[in-house]
Design a protein around this ligand. Structure first.
Ligand SMILES: [Zn+2]
Length: 241
């Protein structure tokens, strides 16, 4: 059986970049996001959450699927991305920092020169109630490779427990803050009971990949439609991995 290539798209903010913000590339404008999702649909892709894509990633099922992921859980994911996903019948996974709900990106606000609002508990429940997946992105967004074993347990298993209490639903997907992961961190994530975890290593995932170290396709504010197509269909991202 040949390999199934599964692009896991990585987004941060779906919005217009605010004045004075650095790394404006983290922002994809709402209109651009809508065009990208529409293009997926036109090309015959099913846009799926991580958990819905697991049978494809494990090689148990074949099909033209793309995974849609959002890091950090910004309010703009709910306001701007959700209506588009719902219109197209797509699902997606948003990774939340379980002890920063209703707060802002304190881990990189100074670097980016912008405070970005994170969804509060009611908004996370609304995201989940709309048919979208809640994934975990630790409790406080630390660099996990620098954590002690006890801190790892707290951040990885703790965020799972927090979000399960919040949604009343099993949380099976994890995303490493900053993509910072080594063997010990990946093992702790597997032991905490997650089914899969994503990194910021660039490339398209393939069925049979290590599901605790999944690569993703970076979509940024400068990903114009032709580049989006190259990233999706060609080996553009794979060469940058
Ligand atoms: Zn993050």
């Amino acid at each position: 059986m040949s390999l199934n290539i599964i692009p896991i798209l990585m987004y941060h903010n779906i919005d217009k970049p605010p004045q004075g913000a650095r790394l404006r590339n983290l922002y994809v404008r709402t209109g651009a996001f809508a065009r990208q999702m529409f293009l997926l649909k036109l090309l015959g892709y099913k846009g799926l959450s991580m958990s819905a894509a697991m049978p494809y990633l494990r090689g148990e099922k074949r099909g033209r699927v793309a995974v849609i992921t959002f890091d950090d859980g910004y309010v703009d994911t709910l306001r701007h991305a959700l209506p588009i996903l719902n219109t197209l019948g797509f699902s997606a996974t948003c990774y939340f920092i379980s002890q920063r709900t209703g707060k802002y990106n304190e881990w990189d606000a100074a670097t980016l020169n912008v405070r970005k609002s994170l969804m509060d508990e009611a908004q996370i429940r609304a995201w989940h109630a709309a048919g979208m997946e809640v994934g975990a992105h630790s409790r406080t967004h630390p660099r996990l490779t620098g954590c002690t074993d006890a801190e790892l347990q707290n951040e990885i298993a703790g965020s799972k427990a927090d979000l399960e209490a919040l949604t009343g639903h099993p949380i099976t997907q994890f995303c490493y803050p900053y993509g910072d992961v080594d063997e010990r961190v990946a093992a702790a994530t597997r032991q905490a009971g997650y089914d899969a975890a994503t990194t910021v290593q660039r490339g398209r995932a393939r069925s049979g990949d290590d599901v605790m170290l999944l690569r993703r396709v970076l979509v940024s504010g400068s990903t114009w439609p032709h580049l989006f197509l190259f990233k999706l269909l060609g080996n553009y991202e794979d060469k940058r991995g």
